[in-house]
Design a protein around this ligand. Structure first.
Ligand code: AMP
Length: 284
C-alpha cells in the first residue's frame, strides 16, 4: 500500500487503474483512524477493486476557535489500519498541496446547511463541500463512503453530488459505537476518564427518545425536552443543540411523523461530541 502526498501521484495511479478497467472507492477522513473509519474502508474494499483513503485535516472546515491545531494526528497508525484493511493507497496531502494561497473558489450547499451543525459552526459545510469536491475531482472515484455519524454531512454531500452532477455514488455507512454505546470518534481521545464516563449521556438520552417514539409519541418538542432533561442531569455536559428534523430536508419538525433525524451535539468539558439516529414512523 502506497502513501502519497501529491495530487499528481494520485492522478497517475488512478489513470493506470482506470486503464485496467478497475473500479475505485474513496474514503475521505481526517485520520486518527478508528473502527468507525475501518467500517467505511471495509465496505469500500468489498465494493471496489481499489480503495483510496484520504487522510487530511482540512483547515477550512474548522472555525477560528475550534481544534484544527490540536486535532489528533497519527499517520503511522493510519497506515497500519489502512494496510490491514486492504486499502490500496493513502492520500495524505499537506494543506499547501490542497489550497493555493490566493484560492477564491468555494462550494456551498444552501438550505440543508442552515440548521444543526451548520448553525453552530458557520462555514463548516462550505469547507467540507469544497474539500470533498476537490477530492472527487482528484480521485474521480466510482463510489465514496461517508458515515451516518455525521448525518448532516452525509445529506449535504448527497445533495451536492446530485446538484453538481458529480459522477460518483455516495454510500452511507452505519454508526460504529464503543461497547458502552459511545459513538466512536477521533475526538474521544480528548476525554479524561471522568469525561469519558459522562459522555455516555449522549447515547443514553437518544435511547430514551427512541423508546418514546417507538411507543408512539408524536410531540417532537416533548421528545426534545426528554433528551434535554437527561443530558442536563450530567454536570460535565453542556448542550450545543438538540434537533428533531425531517430526515430529507433537515428542517425542524413539531410533529413526529414520517422519517426523522434526531441529532444532538453536546460539549463534554471542552470536547464537542455529536450523535444521532433516524426514525421512521411505525419502526421498532
Ligand atoms: P472524520 O475523520 O471524523 O472526518 O470522519 C471520516 C468519515 O468517517 C466520515 O464520513 C464520518 O462520518 C465517518 N465516521 C467517523 N466516525 C464514525 C463512526 N463512529 N461510525 C461510522 N462512521 C464514522
Amino acid at each position: 500500500m502506497k502513501t502519497v502526498k501529491t495530487i499528481k501521484e494520485v492522478r497517475q495511479q488512478v489513470r493506470e487503474w482506470k486503464r485496467e478497467g478497475l473500479s475505485i472507492g474513496l474514503v475521505p477522513t481526517m485520520g486518527c483512524l478508528h473502527e468507525g473509519h475501518k467500517s467505511l474502508i471495509d465496505t469500500a474494499v468489498k465494493e471496489n477493486d481499489r480503495v483510496i483513503v484520504s487522510v487530511f485535516v482540512n483547515p477550512i472546515q474548522f472555525g477560528p476557535n475550534e481544534d484544527f491545531k490540536t486535532y489528533p494526528r497519527d499517520i503511522e497508525h493510519d497506515k497500519k489500519l489502512c494496510e490491514s484493511s486492504g486499502a490500496s493507497m493513502i492520500f495524505n496531502p499537506e494543506p499547501s498541496e490542497m489550497y493555493f494561497e490566493n484560492r477564491s473558489t468555494n462550494v456551498e450547499v444552501e438550505g440543508l446547511t442552515e440548521g444543526l451543525c451548520g448553525a453552530k459552526r458557520p462555514g463548516h459545510f462550505r469547507g467540507v463541500c469544497t474539500v470533498v469536491s476537490k477530492l472527487f475531482n482528484i480521485v474521480t472515484p466510482d463510489r465514496a463512503y461517508f458515515g451516518e455519524k455525521d448525518a448532516q454531512q452525509l445529506a449535504v454531500v448527497k445533495r451536492m453530488v446530485r446538484d453538481l452532477n458529480f459522477d460518483v455514488q455516495v454510500v452511507g455507512c452505519p454508526i460504529i459505537r464503543e461497547e458502552d454505546g459511545l459513538a466512536k470518534s477521533s475526538r474521544n481521545t480528548y476525554l479524561s476518564k471522568e469525561e469519558r464516563q459522562a459522555s455516555l449521556v449522549l447515547n443514553k438520552s437518544l435511547k430514551k427518545a427512541k423508546k418514546l417514539l417507538e411507543d408512539g409519541e408524536k410531540d417532537a418538542l416533548l421528545v426534545k425536552r426528554v433528551i434535554e432533561q437527561e443530558i442536563n442531569k450530567q454536570p460535565l455536559a453542556r448542550i450545543d443543540y438538540i434537533e428533531i428534523a425531517d430526515s430529507e430536508s433537515l428542517r425542524p419538525v413539531k410533529k413526529a411523523d414520517e422519517s426523522l433525524l434526531i441529532a444532538i451535539a453536546v460539549f463534554i468539558g471542552k470536547t464537542r461530541l455529536i450523535d444521532n439516529f433516524t426514525f421512521r414512523t411505525g419502526e421498532k
